[in-house]
Ligand binder design. Sequence first.
Ligand SMILES: *Cc1c(COP(=O)(O)O)cnc(C)c1O
Length: 410
Amino acid sequence: MKHPNGFTTRIVHSDRRSTVEHGSLHKPIHATVAYGYEDARELAAVFQGKQPGYTYGRQVNPTIEALQTKLDGMEDGIATVCFGTGMAAIGTTLFALLRAGDHMVSSSFLFGNTNSLFNTFDSHGIDVSFADATDVAAVAASITPATKLVFVETIANPRTQVSALQEIGELCQQRGLIYVVDNTMTSPYLFQPKSVGASLVVNSLTKYIGGHGNALGGAVTETGLFDWASFSNIYPEYQGGPAAKWGITQIKKKGLRDFGAALGPEAAHHIAIGSETLALRMTQQSRNAQAMCELLDAHPSVSQVYYPGLPAHPQHARAQQLFRHPGALFSFELRDDVDIWDFMGKLDVVVKSSNLGDNRTLAIPVAHTIYYEMGPERRASMGIADSLIRISVGIEDTQDLLDDLAAALG
Ligand SMILES: *Cc1c(COP(=O)(O)O)cnc(C)c1O
């Protein structure tokens, strides 16, 4: 078939671009760990990379390869590696590339578990500086002679700060730094980090790409924009072939081997099916989010709404310029005289749950759950009020969500 260009067309016809067993319309689930060969010389050739083929399931499986090809299409990448979770994708990628004594700059507005991981790095000899990534000057001021890499998210959770994605991309290019963008909150349908110069794109497949809250997964995609020949941490055995692929080869061959956080074929299948409706879901979810935020913004019981789709959001213009829609996650604060437990108790359609990126709308009282462990002082410094509620917006009919909010607010 010819190469179709539409985002969804590419995903749903991706498997057919190469021969699928028996003409199956879905890449089958290959529930196998190892692969047998008639001739041991063939097995050796596959091991030595002289012949394509499969060896052991920790690094390679046909079902997962099909998903990796889909992700390349979504992110306009040249190679993707999948992992068992989004955290495994981030941890393995950075551990495979950085060494003791290296320094990296990270956004200070991070998914909580990523923040925890980067604090762990410190005790393993990799220095991390946290900077306000909405401001390129703050990132630039954190760079040292030992800096190898900059890591940012697109839209932060829960307060929805939007990083200076374009400007940080230019900075990384000038300084020869690896630019890693966690695209989970926007998904490749709303934004392609390659367009701002990212060399590695991380996605938690658990969230919008899988979309149904039924499988965990993660991925890192190489865009081909970084010259890995200029990077001193690539081991000689991964320096074969085009330099654009050296980094992702080291992540796959060394990172996946050393840490073993492989994605399973059943989860890969769930995620591949889910990804077919990514564009449809994100469009409806963003539309719902905008309508809910407009209702809340105008309501006397609500004191603050954080959503890049609202004109008062500090990075509204940036979000409008970079993203197809402003996303499907927002947060808001209730006025002091409104009881948060009373409000949440009255929600009926909206589920009280911690995940995000599900088809169902989910709400969580942030300070009392995911940010509870860090204590009141850290919370205050991060702008997490006691009444802050995060909403991950689903695909329900808009009016049902608006009615649910209005009824709970009384
Ligand atoms: C959820 C999430 C992750 C981690 O993904 P898991 O699949 O839960 O491990 C990483 N980054 C962001 C922005 C996320 O929302």
